[in-house]
Each structure stands twice: as C-alpha cells, then as structure tokens.
Ligand binder design. Structure first.
Ligand code: GLN
Length: 510
C-alpha cells in the first residue's frame, strides 16, 4: 500500500467517524499532509528510505509539544498555545519517517480516567459507536445502544487507533492513562519503564510518575514504535542513563529482544494471591475474573509455570498515588499564572483570575495536592505516601527473579533470584468501559457530602502499582465480556528495564 493511500484512508475514517468519536483535537491540513505523503512515495520510488516508520501516520496525545500544531492539553489554559519546539519523542519518530496526522483529545492535563474532562468534550468509545451502527442496521433503528467512554486520560489516542484513524498513537501514562483506555477500546497499551523514553516536551502532570506510552493494534506495532523512541536524551534529567541501559542489557532476561519464539517453557508467571486486597479487589467484575483465569491457563498451556506471589503493600498503592500525583501536579501547574501562558490574548489577568481557566477536576486536584504539601499535613500525607511508594518498589523487587538494574549500580552485587518470577499477570481494569452518562461532571455530584469523584479514582487501582514502582507494563486485549460484549485487557508487568520479556510474553498472550 502506498503512503498516499494509507494517509487518505486515515483521513477518510477521521472525516467519517470523528464527529461522533471526538478522538482528535486538531487534524493536519488535508492537502498538506497528502502532498507530503506523495513526496514520500516519490522518494520510495527512487529507492530512498529514512527509517523504520517511513510514511507511517501517527497521532499524538495533545500534551506532546509539536511546533506545527497547537498543544492544548485539553485545557482552556493552553487553548492558544503553540510550542516553539517538538517533544524529543516526536523528533525521534519524525527522524524515522513517521507522519503526524493530528493531536488527540484527552483529560485536561492528563487528569482523569474517562477522557470526559476536556474543553473539547468527551471522547466516545469507538466500540460503542461502531457497534451501535451495526446494531442499528440490523434492528431497523429500534435499538440504539448506549454510548461508552473511551477511558482516560489518553482516550483520544486509544480511540483513534481502535477506529483505524492512524497506525499508532502516543499517549502518556502517569497512573494508567495508556493501559486503561487500551483495555476499554480493545487495543494494545504499552507503558515502558520510567525514564526509558524522554519526557522532554511532554507537558508534566506528575514528573516522578509520567511516562511516554504507545497505543497500537498489535504488540509488534508497539515494539516498532518503542524501538524508535526508547533512547537516552540529555534534555530529560530523568532519562535512563547510558550506563544504566548498558548494565540493564548485561543482566539476563527470560527473553532476549526479537527472540521470535512462542515457547514459554521455564517462564515463571506470578499471579498475585487471591486475596481481596491484592489486585483481586472487591470491585472486580466477574467477567474480568473469568478472562484472567483463562489467561493464566493459556500461559500454563504454553509451558509457563504459575507461581502465586504476594505484594502486601499493593493495597496502599491507590491512596499513595493520589497523594503523590496531586502534590506534584499542584506544584507543576503553578506555572499557569497568566504571565507565561495566557488563555485569552485580550485579557490582562494575572494569577487568581487566570486560574479560573482550569476545569473543575484540575482545580480540585490542585487544592488536594496543595493541602497535602502544607506544613501541617506534609508529614501525614506526602511523606507517608513516599514511604509506601518505596515499600511497593521493594515488594516488586522481592517477587521478580531479575535484579533491578538501578540497585545493581548502588550495591554492585545483585544476583538472580531463582525463586522469583519473570512476569506478573493481572487484569487492567475493574470493569469494561463505563457508560458516558455515569462519568460526566454534570451527573457526578461534587458537593461536599459526596465522595463520587473519589469513587472514580478506584478505576486506577490495578494500574497505579506499576506506575509507583516505575516498572514496564502492558495492556493486551484478551477477549470481550460475556455480559456486555465490550473488550477486556490483561496486564503484564516485569522488572524495571525488562521490556524484552514483557513484549515477548505479550505477543504470546495476544
Ligand atoms: N487516572 C489517573 C489520574 O487521574 C491516571 C492519569 C494518567 O495516567 N495520566 O491521575
């Protein structure tokens, strides 16, 4: 297929479906991008290629800075913001030939699990749009199915991939924002280790947790993108250093990169003990438990041994995450003060008035985060949460066979733990995609007596442990719910730095 035909197909799907899905905030000018595609085809005809993603249409969550299209973060604050530079990962992809098709919709500043907190309106799960239409035809317009959310905060990226509007999309994952929408939309969502991919030019939500992630249709596609963006970048002070990268590759993994084998004999798969506090949370939907069991049996049938493991501190992960993420966010978002970023060119407003530009959820989080950092509560909240984070990291280090390359450096004496596991298998989400009505701000009461907005945070309970520990994790579509027919993903996690094993096992599972 020619680049021109590929780009044309994406654009035509966008024009056909995006008025209903609302995955994109900005799409490239049709003529310009089409001409660009023709140039690429001309180049191909002359036998000249740039890189592994030559002519491939990619979408970016609208918090990756791009110098050609605006970068809004789904917020009124940045409605008119155009970055003078590209994010490093955007540059890496362009250097390998990728074509940006547009910027995708998201929860404001990445804060949310439903992609309904955007000034551009909610993202609709393509499954509910496409199914609904099929259904309409069959049932003669009688039965219109309810619309579902795409999940958040990278909902636009997940929906764009699920609806075939681009080949792949970048998202960001702070506490699950790539994996959760991937599970809801039936695509692959991959969050590499913290520091693997540069955060330079990614608008910060919570710096110590933010990671660049990919949304793709297959695990192979995820690997293709990952291979291009997984590079050391001196512009990002938390980028995994060349030294750690080389130590990491000297530690044996179950799978070497590109081993191309389905044989799982000898692989040890950890499954958290069936206790109500470790992943097997009480909110977990039955149809998800069924598919989780199916996944366990399948890996066993491929030769893996299943090992019950215990991560006792997982039960505190969600609370610790929300203290830490919101504290960092409250500090990060102080830069939107009306001096450096001006929501409305004609206004001359400074601090307090400008901050009216934030949406309700963002304001709520700034207040909670600021509170956690005040002198009176710092010790009770922020410090405790940091301690829990460390305990969770230790839990993971204890269960994995492979040593953590970061500790390897400090002590110089970590070794393989034969009783440990190579990989963990859990669900991603506690349910299939919820109905959109149940998530909209107007229908969620936020008066002082209500804890509804806190209830929404429970959707992240299965994804935040990997975020707190900084370990790689992937959501792989694993069938549909026997109750409502919507997609369900299973989550794999490996030791820090062990993306090779993660991706290879994910290929077997998908
Ligand atoms: N839903 C989580 C939050 O709102 C995670 C968001 C994310 O990963 N960006 O904080």
């Amino acid at each position: 297929i020619s680049t021109a035909a590929l780009v044309k197909e994406c654009l035509s799907r966008i024009s056909k479906h995006d008025s209903k899905v609302n995955a994109f905030i900005e799409v490239q000018n049709e003529k310009e991008i089409f001409n660009k595609a023709l140039e690429v085809d001309d180049r191909f005809a002359k036998g000249s290629f740039i890189g592994s993603l030559d002519g491939i249409p990619i979408a970016y969550k609208d918090l990756f800075c791009t110098s050609t299209l605006p970068t809004t973060c789904g917020s009124m604050m940045l409605k008119n913001f155009k970055s003078p530079f590209n994010a490093s990962v955007v540059n890496f992809l362009e250097e390998s030939g990728a074509i940006m098709i547009g910027k995708t919709n998201m929860d404001e500043f990445g804060m949310g699990s439903a992609s309904v907190f955007s000034i551009f309106g909610p993202v609709y799960n393509p499954q509910s749009i496409l199914f609904a239409e099929n259904h309409l035809e069959k049932d003669n317009n009688k039965n219109i199915k309810e619309r579902r959310i795409a999940g958040g905060s990278s909902g636009g990226s997940a929906a764009a991939v699920a609806a075939g509007m681009c080949f792949a999309a970048l998202g960001s994952d702070t506490g699950g924002s790539v994996r959760l929408p991937a599970s809801y939309c039936g695509v692959v969502g991959f969050k590499p280790s913290y520091g693997r991919c540069s955060r330079w030019g990614l608008v910060a939500y919570a710096n110590s947790l933010d990671t660049v992630g990919t949304l793709t249709r297959t695990v192979n596609d995820a690997k293709l993108i990952y291979d291009v963006i997984s590079k050391y970048d001196a512009n990002d002070s938390t980028s995994m250093s060349p030294k750690v990268r080389s130590i990491n590759s000297s530690i044996p993994s179950f799978f070497k990169s590109d081993s191309n084998t389905d044989d799982l004999r000898g692989l040890r798969v950890g499954v958290p003990k069936a206790s109500i506090t470790e992943y097997y949370v009480s909110e977990l939907n039955d149809s998800i438990i069924d598919l989780w069991k199916k996944g366990i049996y399948y890996l066993r049938s491929q030769g893996a041994s299943i090992v019950p493991v215990s991560c006792p501190n997982t039960r505190y992960a969600l609370s610790a995450y929300y203290v830490l993420a919101l504290s960092e966010a409250s500090s990060n978002l102080s830069r939107y003060d009306g001096v450096r970023y001006v929501p409305n060119e004609n206004d001359n407003l400074l601090y307090a008035d400008t901050r009216e530009g934030f949406g309700k959820e963002v304001k709520r989080r700034i207040m909670l985060g600021t509170y956690a950092l005040t002198a009176g509560s710092y010790g009770n909240y922020f410090l405790q949460a940091q301690k829990i984070r460390r305990m969770i990291q230790k839990d993971f280090d204890r269960v994995f066979k492979r040593p953590n390359p970061l500790h390897f450096i400090k002590k110089g004496t970590s070794s393989i733990d034969d009783d440990g596991v190579d990989i963990l298998l859990t669900p991603v989400a506690i349910s299939t995609a919820p109905k959109i009505e149940d998530c909209l701000e107007t229908n969620v009461s936020v008066d002082n007596n209500s804890s509804n907005f806190v209830n929404a945070y429970v959707n992240d309970v299965l994804t935040v442990p990997a975020s707190l520990a900084g370990i790689p994790s992937i959501s792989v579509p694993y069938g549909v719910s026997s109750i409502d027919g919507y997609p369900i993903g299973l989550q794999l996690m490996t030791q820090y730095g062990d993306e090779d094993t993660l991706l290879e096992v994910a290929k077997v599972l998908e």
